[in-house]
Ligand binder design. Structure first.
Ligand code: NOJ
Length: 759
């Protein structure tokens, strides 16, 4: 019948429909199961569990294993066949120092050949920028500007995530009171309050709106814990401190980073009171995963699991793996202690497989959160990678952050800012034309970037008009004993209206394993400054360094000093903006500058002692030196502006405070100088006596305000009992009724004060 299908036709249609059904089913099965746990509709924890069920013990241990990518040894591809073979066998969870879309894709493809196709995590030390290098973290901390600091981390994350990186080993939140320690450059200085605020900002910057976005990388908070207190400032050294100091000074930034949602933590090389941090159960299980309920994972520091043998805490690799894993270290960076020993430890009944499962769950959870099970190549997008290279917005952000990081230490007779119409400027010193020394440590992995770095010479040249003549002489190297270049430098200085001398320490003189016992300007540099100063010309000194240096003669004699640290890719333009007044400096030191090495550690939030010296002339049987001031050369919180800010007296809303009734402290701040400018108004509190002694001052708040010249503003701080809390001798975090002082001012020494009582 017309309209009716023949049997043959029906069969054909049936066959086609059936084939289609099978194909759809296959597509569904493939999509859902090509990566384990990939089924939709499950929670991440359920997905993690479904993957875990499929894993052998060896595959689980593989996830806890991390290798370096050998990037610097052989170029951009990991050539180590053993490592590649282990990826294919599912024996590796993560790699570090593997970057770039091509390289990460190649290795991820190997992971996709493994039985369960569990994606690799790629980690990298992105400490202050990836392609665009930002100021070193200590310099950024001088901005006291959380938005700027978060922006720097955001740009770094965006650039890195576009190049296949999932994970940065940052922020370093170690409090450091000792500038001999080279890693002081990586942190936010000496103060737990400022350090905590900056730690949170950095985590939020790196992780963006949410993990899993392709512009976000996982943060790794390090080094847990107390690494910054290495004895004598010597890197990797032991730490010996009271638990009260640990809780009050060293742990708060870690807690703040955890509160900000940090995905991972790194433990530390040091031992703390005799137990290496890597094998330290108190730190990792009791505090981090216990009290703080941290749900991410902990990675060891490089080789630190195996190094517990050197510490004398583990007998061999077997013992080291046992101690680290039981203490809560989930991933072993490069020591191979886990891959070589964990399986035997389980088989010998020394550790339960549940312990392994917990670590693997934590690691897999992050891989799911990063979306890697949905698409292991989602961070490998060539186009995105290209867009982030030489990205003009990122460079602009870098310059802004760099300007906010420059500290004006001295400016006699308002020598600065310089006029752009100055006829002749002499530019002298080993940093004027330096390229890589503008970047600082932890930027060494970008050797091809030199052309993008704005030198100080270029920055100044970009700023001045064609009527200004720039004369240049290096004068001396950073660190040698020759004065052969002095004559030329003196000669150009004599021809100039003003001289800018740029000195400091080389960019690989601070950072990991860069502890120094002598913090003076290296080589002949201070001699060069003296020789130029002797010409009688006005001298501006730029100090480039990764730590507080000691330069007393310069500080006492030279009229203008800018501490420029290592400012990154746009250093030259940022410095020129400040030199010529297009940016009015606003930065404040986050760390005290010592007068001499013998004064270290010198920090503002010390105890009063039973015999406090009230001044440097009050030494007789006092807590003082007979041959040295007790005060730092430049105090915590210090930094000048081209304008002046004057502070009125503190008005308290009440001189008595009740636990449920906060009080308000208000000051009037006036811009009484000749420029518009930004001031960081700082609030300190002192608990005058208690069940344990309390510091002479503790930073408890700050506000950055911008005031036009002549403008004034009331700045108020709310003081509640949270600001009065401390750890007592039972490590309870409490407040006690009694007498308090409140200080508000422009730095930790120049303050107004008032008193109140907590009832
Ligand atoms: C050792 C350093 O201590 C740590 O901060 C860094 O993240 C790792 N090496 C990886 O490079």
């Amino acid at each position: 019948m017309p309209g009716e299908l023949s049997n043959a036709m029906k069969k054909k249609i049936f066959r086609i429909a059936f084939a289609l059904l099978i194909t759809v089913a296959q597509i569904f099965i493939c999509t859902a199961q090509s990566l384990p746990g990939g089924r939709k509709g499950k929670t991440i924890d359920q997905k993690v569990d479904s993957v875990l069920q499929l894993m052998t013990l060896d595959e689980k241990i593989g996830q806890m294993n991390q290798y370096n990518g050998d990037w610097d040894a052989t170029g951009p591809i990991t050539k180590d066949g053993d490592k590649q073979g282990q990826i294919v066998k599912g024996m590796l969870g993560s790699m570090l120092n593997v970057t770039g879309v091509d390289h990460t894709r190649t290795l991820q493809e190997l992971a996709m050949q493994s039985r369960l196709k569990i994606p690799l995590l790629f980690g990298q030390d992105i400490i202050h920028g990836y392609r665009t290098i930002f100021p070193i973290p200590l310099a950024e901390a001088c901005s006291w500007d959380t938005a700027a600091i978060a922006l720097s981390a955001r740009v770094a994350a965006t650039e890195a995530a576009a190049a296949g990186v999932h994970w940065t080993f940052a922020p370093m939140v170690d409090i450091a009171r000792d500038p001999r320690w080279g890693r002081v450059m990586e942190g936010a200085g000496e103060d737990p309050y400022l350090g905590s605020i900056i730690a949170g900002a950095r985590v939020r910057g790196f992780q963006g709106k949410a993990l899993g976005n392709t512009d976000a990388v996982m943060a790794c908070v390090k080094h847990f814990a107390a690494y910054g207190a290495a004895i004598g400032g010597r890197d990797y050294n032991s730490v010996d401190m009271s638990l009260k100091t640990l809780w009050e000074i060293y742990l708060p930034p870690f807690k703040a980073a955890e509160d900000a949602g940090a995905a991972t933590f790194m433990n530390s090389f040091n031992d703390l009171n005799g137990i290496p941090a890597t094998g330290n159960k108190y730190l990792q299980r009791d505090i981090l995963k216990g009290k703080w309920n941290f749900k991410g994972f902990v990675v060891s520091d490089w080789g630190s699991v195996g190094e517990m043998i050197n510490h004398g805490y583990a007998k061999d690799g077997y013992d080291a793996a046992y101690k680290a894993v039981t203490a809560g270290c989930d991933m072993d960076m490069e020591s191979r202690s886990y891959i070589n020993n964990l399986s035997k430890l389980v088989k010998d009944g020394k550790i339960k497989v549940e312990l392994i499962d917990d670590a693997v769950r934590r690691i897999l959870r992050k891989k799911f959160e990063m979306g890697l099970f949905d698409d292991p190549f989602r961070f490998c997008n060539k186009e995105r990678e290209q867009q982030q290279w030489n990205n003009a917005d990122n460079l602009k952000a870098e310059k802004t952050v760099a300007e906010k990081s420059i500290v004006l230490l001295k400016n006699e007779n308002q020598l600065l800012p310089l006029s752009k119409q100055t006829t002749t400027i002499a530019l002298i010193g080993p940093f004027i034309k330096a390229v890589r020394d503008n970047l600082g440590f932890w930027s060494y992995q970008y050797p091809d970037d030199s052309a993008r770095i704005i030198t100080q010479y270029q920055g100044i040249q970009n700023k001045v008009g064609s009527n200004t003549t720039l004369l240049y002489a290096k004068g001396c190297e950073i660190n040698d004993s020759s004065q052969a270049g002095f004559a030329e430098a003196i000669q150009i200085a004599k021809q100039a209206d003003v001289v800018i001398i740029s000195v400091g320490e080389a960019s690989d003189w601070s950072g990991e394993a860069k502890s120094r016992s002598n913090l003076h300007l290296p080589g002949m540099q201070e001699e060069l400054i003296k020789a130029i100063y002797a010409t009688g010309k006005p001298v501006v000194v730029l100090m480039n360094a990764g730590r507080p240096l000691i330069f007393n003669w310069t500080a006492d004699n030279v009229p203008a000093i800018l501490y420029t640290w290592w400012l990154g890719t746009e250093a030259g333009d940022a410095i020129a903006d400040v030199l010529f007044g297009d940016y009015n400096p606003s930065a404040k030191l986050p760390i005290s500058f010592p007068r001499t090495e013998g004064q270290i550690p010198v920090y503002y939030n010390h105890y009063n002692t039973g015999r406090p010296a009230t001044s440097d002339s009050d030494r007789f049987y006092r807590s003082a030196y007979i041959d040295l001031s007790i005060y730092p050369k430049f105090p915590f919180g210090f930094g000048l502006s081209y304008t002046n800010f004057s502070y009125g007296d503190i008005q308290l809303s009440s001189s008595t405070m009740k636990t449920d009734q906060p009080i308000k402290a208000t000051v009037n701040v006036t811009n009484s100088g000749n420029y518009d400018g930004e001031e960081t108004v700082q609030l300190y509190i002192q608990d005058l006596f208690g069940s344990v002694v309390r510091p002479v001052k503790e930073l408890k708040g700050f506000q950055k305000i911008f005031l036009k010249k002549g403008e004034n503003r009331q700045v108020s701080f709310t003081i509640d009992v949270d600001k009065l809390k401390f750890y007592n001798d039972e490590l309870k975090y409490i407040y006690e009724p009694g007498d308090f002082k409140v200080y508000i001012g422009t730095n930790s020494q120049e303050v107004k004060e008032a008193a109140f009582k907590l009832e």
